[in-house]
Design a protein around this ligand. Structure first.
Ligand code: NAD
Length: 360
């Protein structure tokens, strides 16, 4: 039976990489019933909303979606479709694997990490006050009364919010993921020596939940130490679970360890719904040029195949992509030794080569 999946091509270079990804997914032999939905700038022009209701309805119905990147213009009150999707569908876990494939240009060879980032809380909860907002004066009165001193008159304020509920479900997610995919260790990362009541709470909850998983090794590392550890000996780590801001920063660091944005896949998951997408953005300056690397979205497709129970197809697609990467011939500019390498192929040709490999 065909799998019903919501497909959001996105904007900028999104439609090109989505087309390439759909072709390789279909070439695995798995059947899909694509429910194509528009979101982003183009949708705003046509339907008056960057995130029309039918997009959310489709994802809620199908429970699985794959999306290309969507541009968030700076300023002007334009809401990020990506953040809205995560909030409205309660996709509380952001999953970003960082795995080295031979042939990728990287300083490291022995990296196979998975970042599990909390998606809703922390300084991303959106509880912010602009400089001059009278609310800051009220909060300043409270901090002063509590002996913490006043907040300067010329300060802006963003609150860091970390709850037991949010921490527990992300840590549980990471431990369940480790169990399901045969991983041996989960490392919680925060900075409780400074933020005792937020990061301290995160660690305390993580420690308690980890006791329920005696088969998985559990460890805590301070985030500043972790950045150094990851550039020195990334092979020591396996699954990392982090509050939102540290997760955001370390997932880019980890993408850099294994060849950069062109090959970094991701997923945003809730208890029932999963949305797969590349880590990178819409790279608008390359729109319509058949230039950018479709592999990050294709690897997100590999994750999706495994999520929908098509493990064998996921393994085959991953192996076909790995062999194209190892060969280094039919790859885009970002995977060549020099970005102006004249032998670099385009987005669509990468898909052709992978499909030929799948059929070989
Ligand atoms: P970006 O990831 O789009 O591009 C940064 C640079 O990385 C590009 O100029 C290009 O050199 C390189 N790059 C990115 N993807 C590549 C690929 N597939 N192959 C080869 N090279 C690639 O980041 P940006 O310029 O900061 O963001 C552009 C827009 O995308 C912004 O509006 C941003 O808000 C949005 N964005 C969307 C998502 C999402 O939809 N999930 C994620 C991040 C950024």
């Amino acid at each position: 039976m065909a799998h019903s999946v919501t497909l959001i091509p996105g904007d900028g270079t999104g439609p090109e990489i989505s087309e390439a990804t759909v072709r390789v997914l279909e070439a695995t032999g798995v059947e899909f019933d694509w429910d194509v939905r528009e979101a982003g700038i183009d949708a705003a022009e046509k339907y008056g909303s960057v995130l029309p209701d039918d997009v959310l309805e489709s994802i809620r119905r199908n429970k699985v979606a794959i999306k290309g990147p969507i541009t968030t213009p700076r300023g002007g009150g334009f809401r990020s479709v990506n953040v809205a999707l995560r909030k409205m569908l309660d996709l509380y876990a952001c999953l970003r694997p960082a795995k080295y494939y031979p042939g990728v240009r990287s300083r490291y060879k022995d990296v196979d990490l998975v970042i599990v980032r909390e998606n809703h809380e922390d300084t991303y909860a959106g509880v912010e006050f602009e400089k001059g907002d009278p609310a800051i004066r009220k909060i300043s009165d409270l901090t002063e009364a509590a002996g913490m001193g006043p907040i300067r008159e010329d300060a802006g304020l963003t609150l860091k919010i970390i709850s037991e509920y949010g921490s527990e479900r992300i840590v549980r997610f990471a431990l369940d993921y480790a169990r399901k995919f045969g991983r041996r260790k989960v490392t919680a990362v925060a900075k409780d020596n400074i933020m005792k009541f937020t990061d301290g709470l995160f660690f305390a909850v993580a420690r308690r939940v980890a006791e329920e998983y005696p088969d998985i090794e559990y460890q805590e590392v301070l985030v500043d130490n972790m950045t150094m550890q990851l550039v020195q000996k990334p092979e020591l780590y396996d699954v990392l679970v982090l509050p939102n801001l540290y997760g955001d920063i370390l997932s880019d660091l980890c993408a850099g360890l294994v060849g950069g944005l062109g090959v970094a896949p991701g997923a945003n998951l809730g208890d029932e719904i999963a949305v797969f997408e590349p880590v990178h953005g819409s790279a608008p300056k390359y729109t319509g040029m058949n230039k950018v690397n479709p592999m990050a979205m294709m690897f997100s497709g590999v994750m999706m195949l495994r999520h929908i129970g098509e493990e064998a197809a996921g393994d085959r697609l991953e192996a076909a992509m790995a062999s194209i990467i190892a060969e280094g011939k039919d790859v885009t500019y970002d995977m060549k030794p020099r970005p102006d390498d004249p032998t670099a192929v385009g987005t669509s040709e990468v898909a052709d080569a992978i499909i030929a490999r799948l059929r070989a």
